[in-house]
Write a protein that binds this ligand. Structure first.
Ligand code: FIX
Ligand code: ZN
Length: 413
């Protein structure tokens, strides 16, 4: 048996290493979006996770930090988190993994050499390199029709790269209606703040127009821990009367990312968001009341994970994905993936990268593959001890499903 288990472990690790991944949620952009695609050493070190970790060790006013240029901020973060302290946080370790996988001398701690390396690469060369090193099939972007620079690219016609798929992000519509209804008005949609008359029909037309323009895989929104539905707010009406009907009619699942408390520390910008436990009843109610709709859900609070997995047992129109943001750490990826396997078998999508800088897919997937492979081996070993030994073909099948197959089957169902 021991020899069989040793062989099993090798087969699982090989399958997880070789599978080409669908990264179901990122903030990446294809090169056609120009400067919106972030990559390179200074961007990598300027990740907002590292800004939060730096600014709790620095007494400088936030304004002074934001006034620094990208290189100056990078140098401050590097000095604070990598030189004056050992870089053991997951976000710090990630930078080191990227440098290592790029073949650079991490031990040299030579920032100038790292910058020189990137200076010799074109964006196209680096996209190819990052996709190859992370072994990605495709990534799904986060596309915001209310973002000025991004709108301009879509309205001008995008030179599509099949490795970068779209997701229609609705935070601007659902979380900022009081401001952004004017954007729809300016675009010729007959809406008013109070959503009277034909306004909701016009919002549906807005959604259909952007779906036809972007061809998104799904529609998404991030929601606070206090999210309730049904609710007689603008958000509640927009979800009930516009998003859910269009999601059903256009077969574009609604991805709800629940539990983010925006800007608990506004001075930190994107680094200032936090997490809170949400009411799983809202997810249960939406899945139960809208059985013809499909919901992708990830939740930000560790305390929501078990009840989300239980909810997914109850509803075939609920697909659970990722260890999101503050959960994307080895100890929690292992805990959550183990629990999901025990409750859901292999019927979920264990991870997404949430990468904002292209380089990050290299470390986020290197780290997550190892953890997910170890959990999967454990689960296979448990059943092997009863006499049920999975075959290499079954391992490849299961792994392909976990890293994209389950997701696409849910999307296309
Ligand atoms: O709402 C989201 O898509 C979040 O993932 C982001 O807002 C967040 O800043 C992030 O990048 C977390 O990893
Ligand atoms: Zn995200």
């Amino acid at each position: 048996m021991m020899q069989d288990l040793a062989m099993l472990k090798r087969e699982v690790e090989k399958a997880v290493e070789e599978v080409k991944i669908t990264d179901v949620h990122t903030h990446l952009f294809s090169p056609a979006f120009g400067e919106l695609l972030l990559w390179g050493f200074d961007e990598l070190v300027n990740y907002h996770y590292l800004i939060a970790e730096t600014m709790r060790r620095q007494d400088m006013p936030y304004e002074r930090f934001w006034a620094l240029d990208k290189k100056e901020k990078c140098d401050l973060i590097w000095r604070t988190l990598f030189v004056e302290n050992s870089p053991i946080s997951e976000a710090c370790r990630g930078v080191l993994t990227v440098l290592q996988k790029l073949g650079l001398d991490v031990g040299a701690r030579d920032v100038a050499a790292y910058r020189d390396y990137y200076a010799g690469l074109s964006v196209g060369e680096f996209v190819d390199k990052a996709f190859a090193l992370a072994n990605l099939d495709c990534v799904i972007m986060t596309n915001d029709p209310f973002h000025e620079k991004e709108r301009a690219v879509w309205l001008g016609g995008v030179d599509k790269d099949p490795r970068f798929l779209a997701a229609l992000r609705l935070d601007g519509l659902l979380m900022s209606w009081a401001d952004n209804y004017k954007v729809l008005q300016a675009d010729g949609y007959e809406v008013d703040e109070g959503l009277s008359g034909k306004a909701l029909a016009e919002v549906r037309r807005f959604l259909v127009d952007w779906i036809r323009r972007m061809d998104p895989v799904y529609m998404a929104v991030s929601l606070p821990p206090t999210f309730q539905f049904p609710e007689e707010s603008a958000r509640g009406k927009l979800i009930r009367e516009a998003v859910l009907p269009v999601s059903r009619e256009m077969n574009k699942p609604f991805a709800m990312m629940i539990g983010v408390k925006k800007r608990v520390n506004p001075g930190l910008g994107d680094a200032g968001d936090s997490t809170g436990k949400a009411a799983i009843e809202v997810v249960e109610r939406l899945c139960a009341d809208y059985p013809e709709n499909k919901f992708l859900v990830t939740m930000l609070s560790r305390e929501n994970q078990h009840e989300l997995a239980v909810a997914a047992r109850k509803f075939r129109n609920l697909h659970v994905f990722g260890c999101w943001w503050f959960l994307n750490n080895p100890s929690l990826i292992e805990e959550i993936t183990r629990m999901r396997c025990e409750l859901l078998g292999l019927g979920f999508t264990p991870q997404h990268s949430d990468a904002r800088i292209l380089d990050q897919v290299i470390y986020k997937w290197e780290h997550s593959r190892k953890i997910i492979a170890a959990v999967l081996f454990d689960k296979y070993a448990d059943i092997a001890r009863t006499g049920w030994m999975v075959t290499p073909e079954e391992i490849k099948r299961d792994v392909a499903n976990l890293f994209g197959g389950n997701f696409w089957a849910f999307i296309e169902r």
